[in-house]
Design a protein around this ligand. Sequence first.
Ligand SMILES: C[S@@+](CC[C@H](N)C(=O)[O-])C[C@H]1O[C@@H](n2cnc3c(N)ncnc32)[C@H](O)[C@@H]1O
Length: 473
Amino acid sequence: MVLPLCFCCIVSAVRLMRIEFGGAFADLLNEKGKGSGDNEMGYVERTLGFRTRDLSDLDLRLVTDVVGGTIRWRRYLNHLIGAICHDQNTLNSMEPLLLQILRIGFYEIVKLDMPPYAVVDENVRLAKVALRPGAGNMVNGILRKLLLLKEQNALPIPKVEGDDRTQARALATLHSHPVWMVRRWTKTLGQEDAVKLMVWNNSDPSFSLRANIGQGFTRADLIMQLQELKVQHEPSLYMDEFVRIKTGMQSVIQAGLLTKGLCSVQDESAGLVVSIVDPQPGETIIDCCAAPGGKTLFMASRLDGQGMIFAIDINEGRLRILKETAELQKVNSVITTVHADLRALQEKHKLKADKVLLDAPCSGLGVLSKRADLRWNRKSEDMEQLKKLQDELLHEASMLVKPGGVLVYSTCSIDPGENEERVVAFLQNHPEFSIDPADKFAPAEFITEQGFYASSPVKHSLDGAFAARLVRW
Ligand SMILES: C[S@@+](CC[C@H](N)C(=O)[O-])C[C@H]1O[C@@H](n2cnc3c(N)ncnc32)[C@H](O)[C@@H]1O
């Protein structure tokens, strides 16, 4: 069977299945695709018999929007589907591909405002071919009910009322986040900022590019290239090497700016952590959790060819990426990679450094706008385990600092439990360290009362990140 069909729908559906179910998703597509793990297009052709073509840039953007949005809005979409089916059990027992097709259709209608009858038509055809005619009829019935409710402005949306728990559940559905996150943020930020944070997490992420001054490529050079590519951009307000872009990443990739090592994708909030370390030519620096290398490479570009960064990571594959990127960006002469568990490092290597950065494994609660699926993968129980690991790693990292040297602890989290509280706990057990206020290294608007660096999606429209600069007596 060879059918022309909306490629974006089918590629989005396959990609979503892959993200939600990993390798097991092949079995879910009518047992047709076992063993295939390559790109979606080949997979679609082989298993469903659709004729495919290369996706255009426009198609690719739509697929990215649909996949990212359908993941972000999963809880909200499930709520609407459940309400329209009048039965949560129908939703819970629905076959995964059918549910995925419905979520895509709902997302396209409710959030993307795409032409409704085209959306119904495409998703019905997809369900008929990928599953069976009856599934197509079901999709048709449910999507048409949704359209009617939308036209009547009568979508079944939960009201934020009642006790704290009920309000948190309603907010979690309205803004499509896990309830535990809403409860945590309402407690630490207040309801108004918790809502602002969720709105940010659901918005299209913007990206920053860092010009690689280590290769003599300045921000002015980068801006010139972006102008030639007609990519809209604006210089960072905070960092000399950074430029923000909202769209146009495909053009940047196709022009080879990343593969030539001329620039990297890096959020300014992560760049500011490097400013807190303040790497200087000639210094020895240990980056304890370095891979895939965003901060190592930026630090290396500031060394001007003099000094050494020992980039340690437990993950060999990610460390390999760091090494390869360092070569591309021509900063490899000042980087030595060390594949090791930081907790066992002292036994093998007798390293000591002027500066030590611990960019600790964390919940990633500051970067949910860029990591669409992370909110569903994180569990509240993770937080306790992470804190324990952070304490262990912080103690190990502190042993690597020379007397008079600097230790920077950072995360990409906005959770006080992973940030300020970890530093306070560390200082209680390590009186040889004290806080070096970060105001000398980052703009005042990022500095907390305790002298730490903290970026916030709500306050700064950047990813959330944290860094404490500590000195050893
Ligand atoms: C937040 S990521 C680091 C990101 C990196 N600094 C960057 O800017 O690209 C945390 C890293 O810690 C590493 N890691 C976790 N446990 C570790 C351990 N016990 N020893 C060394 N590295 C560890 C992980 O493999 C992961 O690459």
